[in-house]
Write a new protein. Structure first.
Ligand SMILES: Cc1cc2nc3c(=O)[nH]c(=O)nc-3n(C[C@H](O)[C@H](O)[C@H](O)COP(=O)(O)OP(=O)(O)OC[C@H]3O[C@@H](n4cnc5c(N)ncnc54)[C@H](O)[C@@H]3O)c2cc1C
Length: 442
């Protein structure tokens, strides 16, 4: 009698069935399949920045994504298993107990996620590890340069990939091998989080992501995208795809395909091109993270340049709470805390404030964004922060924004500041001066 081939599919930032080449491959290769997601309880504890890695709002979005994924899997007589353990331990134990011979996952840009993958390969030498690019527009072997020669700037990268074509997205799998009888009641054990405080604009999951994709291209917003994308607020001013993209609820190739269809039907213009251009930025940061590994998280960044900043707990706290001497910054931070989202313009402004005005180590800002942003993506977040802090891929050095000018341009009537209650309550950055004397208000 021949042994049944057992596969383990490790879901990560690819929580979907559509355009999932890995899952399609697993469906063809193995006789039994275990669909696993791992939530490390450590991510709810304070990290080296004193912050939990995942906010309650992010946890909510993740839970909704997992429930939706489980529902999609159940339609194919499969189901999801969520383990509340470190991924290496959970996957090692399941793979050993169920004689798994294949482990699948989407290629991940994160250094730590890649360390986990390598650790598992070491621990399970007889298992075949399969990794496919499903988080990016291009596959690694499509790139016209070896990763070690990734261009130093976005413009060079954009020019070098200009001739590449984006592979057509795959249909959702319509068949999956059965599960070899492992079932857990993961939903009842999902970590608790308080629901009350957040305004829910984004619901997690493939179903919600595909709905936004459809709605966005059913409107004409893409034809006005270039001008509108810089607005500080407003659902229609940018695509809002990012949270679903970050969790893999949406495939970036699927977005590109729908964008092309839209251009064929409604006409291509500078705006529709610009949406693709932004997806190329995302793409650049994905390969940037792959290439630079651990350097993505270091103070000196990839430039190995020491920023003139330090750590001031009080300033950092005030920045997080939206209680700085800068109304525009406060409004943006309050918007983030309430919704889990901030516009691209807002992100640039608050990052510039933290680094230039408050002189705080940029990594604390990146860690706070990691906690709060529903669209947190390791590559896009840390890559953009490095760029703004002047230790990343920006050929011009760090960016310093003039808040008054930004306010005049993007919030001339103060509507945004009013809406998010950015009013200044505190004109001092510090409550004690460098010699530890209380600062006396003038
Ligand atoms: C300091 C800082 C931190 C950021 N952290 C993240 C993050 O963790 N996750 C994240 O997805 N984006 C991040 N961004 C990029 C950008 O702000 C968001 O992708 C965008 O605002 C999301 O809104 P949207 O989907 O409506 O974007 P749209 O303007 O509609 O753009 C479409 C898509 O293009 C991509 N994109 C757009 N701008 C960028 C950019 N500058 N870098 C990389 N990709 C981009 C996103 O995938 C986005 O969904 C960060 C930017 C800054 C300045």
């Amino acid at each position: 009698m021949t042994m049944r081939k057992v596969g383990l599919y490790w879901f990560n930032n690819d929580l979907r069935l559509h355009d999932n080449a890995n899952l399609s491959r697993a469906a063809l290769e193995v006789d039994d399949l275990l669909c696993i997601y791992c939530l490390d309880p450590q991510s709810l504890m304070p990290n080296r920045y004193g912050l939990a890695t995942i906010s309650p709002n992010r946890l909510r979005f993740l839970k909704e994504s997992l429930i939706d994924l489980d529902r999609q899997l159940q339609k194919l007589d499969q189901h999801l298993i969520v383990c509340y353990q470190t991924a290496v331990k959970a996957i090692h134990d399941i793979a050993s107990s169920y004689q798994v011979s294949y482990i699948y996952r989407s290629r991940h840009p994160g250094y730590y996620e890649n360390q986990q993958w390598l650790a598992l390969q070491k621990q399970l030498p007889l298992v075949q590890f399969v990794e496919t690019d499903t988080h990016t527009l291009f596959a690694m072997d499509q790139l016209p340069f070896p990763l070690a020669k990734l261009p130093d700037t976005f413009t060079q990268f954009k020019n070098s990939v200009a001739q590449l074509s984006v592979v057509k997205p795959m249909q959702a799998v319509d068949f999956l091998p059965p599960n070899p009888k492992l079932k857990t009641d993961w939903l009842s054990r999902f970590p608790d989080y308080s629901k009350s405080e957040h305004e829910v604009f984004f619901s997690g999951g493939e179903t919600a992501g595909l709905k936004q994709l459809k709605n966005y291209f059913a409107s004409h917003n893409a034809s006005h995208y270039k001008k509108q994308r810089n607005e500080l607020d407003g659902w229609d001013n940018s695509s809002k795809f990012s949270s679903w993209l970050a969790n893999g609820n949406l495939s970036v190739r699927q977005i590109c395909f729908n964008l092309n269809q839209y251009e064929q039907q409604s006409g291509a213009n500078e705006s529709t091109y610009w949406l693709f251009f932004e997806l190329l930025w995302r793409e650049y940061f994905q390969w940037y993270a792959h290439h630079h590994g651990k350097l993505l998280f270091t103070f000196r960044g990839i430039k190995q340049q020491k920023p003139l900043t330090s750590f001031y707990p009080e300033r950092f706290q005030k920045w997080c709470n939206g209680n700085t001497p800068y109304a525009l910054v406060n409004a943006c931070m309050k918007q983030l805390n309430k919704t889990g989202f901030m516009s691209n313009r807002g992100r640039q402004i608050v990052a510039s404030c933290l680094v230039n005005e408050l002189a705080v180590d940029w990594r604390y800002g990146a860690a706070y964004f990691e906690q709060q942003l529903l669209d947190y993506d390791v590559a896009a977040n840390w890559g953009n922060w490095q760029y703004l802090a002047g230790v990343g891929a920006d050929p011009r050095g760090k960016r310093h924004f003039d808040f008054e000018k930004q306010t005049q341009q993007y919030d001339p009537d103060g509507l945004f500041i009013n809406k998010w209650q950015g009013g200044i309550q505190n004109f001092q950055i510090d409550s004690v001066d460098a010699a530890d004397w209380p600062v006396i208000a003038e």
